[in-house]
Design a protein around this ligand. Sequence first.
Ligand code: MIC
Ligand code: SF4
Length: 695
Amino acid sequence: MAQTLAQKILAAHLVEGTMTPGSEIGLRIDQTITQDATGTTAFLLFEAMDIPRVRTEVSVSYVDHNMAQFGPENHNDHLYLASIAAKVGAYHSRPGNGICHQVHLERFARPGATQLGSDSHTPTAGGIGAIAIGAGGLDVAVAMGGGTFYTPCPRIIGVELKGRLSPWVASKDIILRLLSILTTKGNVGCLVEYFGDGVATLNVPARSTCTNMGAELGVTTSVFPSDDVTRQFMVAQGRQDQWTALAADAGAAYDRIAKRLHPKTDAAVIENIRRYCTDVKVSAPDASGKVEVSFGRIVIDLGELEPLAAAPGSPDHVVTVASLAGTKVDQVLLGSCTNSSYQDLVTCAAVMKGRTVHPDVELGIHPGSRQVLAMLQRGGALGDLVACGARILESACGACIGQGFSPGDGRVSLRTFNRNFTGRSGTPDDQVYLVSPQTAIAAAVTGRITDPRTLSETLGIPCPTVAAPEAFVIDDRMINPPADDPAAVQVVRGSTIVKPPSGEPVPASIAGPVQIKVGDKITTDHIMPAGTFLKYRSNVPVYARYVFDCFNTDGEPTFAQRCLAARERGAASIIVAGDSYGQGSSREHAALCPMYLGVRAVLAKSIERMHFANLVNFAVMPLVFADAADYDAIEAGDELRIDRAAEAVRSADTVEVVNATRGTAFTCRLNYSARQRAILAAGGLLNHTRQGAER
Ligand code: MIC
Ligand code: SF4
C-alpha cells in the first residue's frame, strides 16, 4: 500500500503496536536532545534510573535557555550538564554555541531519524526529513537509556505546497497561514506532512521554520521530504554521508481531518478551511451549536500568500500585515529557533546595509548559532547589522523566553519568534506580533508595521535574494564529545540543584478542593512561568511557589500556599480547566511542581498531548469531562471526591466525580492506554521504569 513519508519513518522505528491512528505505538528513538531549562531535571531523572551510559545513536545536551546568570543557579546547571554529559556519553553544546534546534539542524539531525527532545520545538528537525517529537524530560531520559517512546499513532494532515513564494513573502507566512486554518486548538494526535512541487522551492531553514512552529498547532510533529535541496544543505554542512532521499509514495493517502467549531465564534476559521482545504464537509449543529468541519487535505498556493502576522495573545491570531500597516512599532527582535538562520539574518542585513534603525525603534538580534554568526561575519553582513545600530544579542533563546528585552508598557514589539502568549515577554500588557524576518526588518526601517512588499516602491529597497551557501563555516569546538574515561569524570552538583521529588501511586480515593478554575487555552507559561523564574528549574520546592503565578492576587494566599495548606490537612488539590489545557511547551515542571504541591487530578475539557503525558509521568490523573457542560457547574473552592480513583486507573474508562459542595455528581473519561494505567498505578514513569528494570 502506498505510504506517506511519516508512515514510512514511523513504521521503520515501530517496536510496539500497530499503525492505527489513535492507538498507542512504541517507537525506537535514534537521537535525543535536551536543553538546560529542562535538561537538568532530565539528566537527574536519567541518573535516578541507574543506567550508566546513553544508548542512543546520539544524545546532545544543549545550553541555550538559562543564560542570564543572575545568581549561581544557571552556572550551577551548566557545570552539572557539562559533567554529566561527559560521564554518561552525551555530547554537550556549550553556552554560546547556539539555540538547540538550530545547532541540531546544522550538525546532527538527519533525514529518516527519530528524534526526541525535551523541548516543544524539537520538530524543527522535520525540515530535514526527521520525525522529531517534543516530550517531557522524563520521557527523554527514558529514551536516552534506550527505552521506547510511546505516543498515539498520529493522523496525518497532508499539506500540499504549490508554486513559489513571491518576493518579500517568507516561509513564516506559510506556517502563519496554517495556524489561521488549523488554529492552536484541537489538533492533538495529528502530524503535518508537507508535499507538492512548492517544497523544492524552499531551503532547509525555511522548511524548518514551518516544522518548528508546527508546535503551535499542537500537532505531534511536522515533516518535509528529504530531496536534493536537503542533500545540498547536508553537503554544505559536510554531512553528505548522512543524507538519504525520502518522500511519500505516489498516491499515498492523507487522513481526513475533522474539527469541532462554532459557526459564530469560529467563522473566520471555517472560511479559511473552505478556502484552503479540499473536500470540505460541514455537519448539522449539535446541541451546543457546534458543527463538525472535516476536510481532505490543505492546499497552499505559495504564489498567492502575502505577509502575515500573529496579533498579540496567541500564535493563531493571524491577520495580514497589510491590515496592520501604519501601526507604530517600538521594538523589533530577530531570532529564536523559528527564524534565526543565516538565510534569515543575511536577508535582514541586506535590507539594513547602509541604513540606520528607525529612531523610534530598538532592534535586537539573537543569531541562532555560532555558525550563523560566523557566516554573517564571513560575508560582511554582521558589520552591516552592527553599523545600522542593531543590538547584537547572544546566540541563545534570550528574549524569546522572557530573558531580557521586555518591551515597555503596552509597547508594540515585532518578533520573528513562535509564541506571543500574553506576558511571555516579561511585560504583562505586552503587544507582541509574530512576523517573518522580512516584515520585522521592514518595521526596523520605517518605524511602523509595513508590508515589506511596499519597500521596493516606497524606499527603493530591492528584495534580497540569498543563495544557499555551498559550504557553511564548520567549527564544532564548542561541542564537547563524551569523555574517553567516564569513570574519571566528577559530576559537579551545585547547591541549587535539588533532586526532583518522585511521585506516589494514585491513591484509592482523591478528595480535596478545586484550587483553581481556569478557562480555555491555558498554556504551560500560565501554569509554570519562565522569564525570571526560569532559573529555579533545578529546584522544584522553590519553583513550585510560582505555579499559576499570573493568577495570584496580592494579599491573597497564592495557589501554592492554598495547595500546601490542603496538603497539611491531608487533602488533595484539584485543578479544573477548559479546552486545550497545557498547550505550548514540553516543560514537565507544569506537572511536576503541581504534583509536589499535592495536586492529584486535573479535570479539563481537553488536555494537550505533551502535558497529558507529563501529568501521567508524574502520577497526576488527567481527566476529561464526559459532558463539557459539567465544567460550568463547578466553582473554585468546591470540594470534589473521586471515590474509586485507583480502581478506575486500573480498569475503567470513566469515573464518577462527586461535588460535595453542591451535592452533584458527574462523569469524567480516563482515556488511558494500558501502559499509562500502569504508570499512574506505579506512582509515575520513573517508578514504573525502575520496577520494569527490577522485573
Ligand atoms: C519555550 O519555548 O516555551 C521553551 C522554554 O523552550 C519550552 C521548554 C521549557 O519550558 O524549558 C518548550 O517550548 O518546550
Ligand atoms: Fe528557545 Fe524560544 Fe525556541 Fe523555546 S521557542 S527553544 S525559548 S528559542
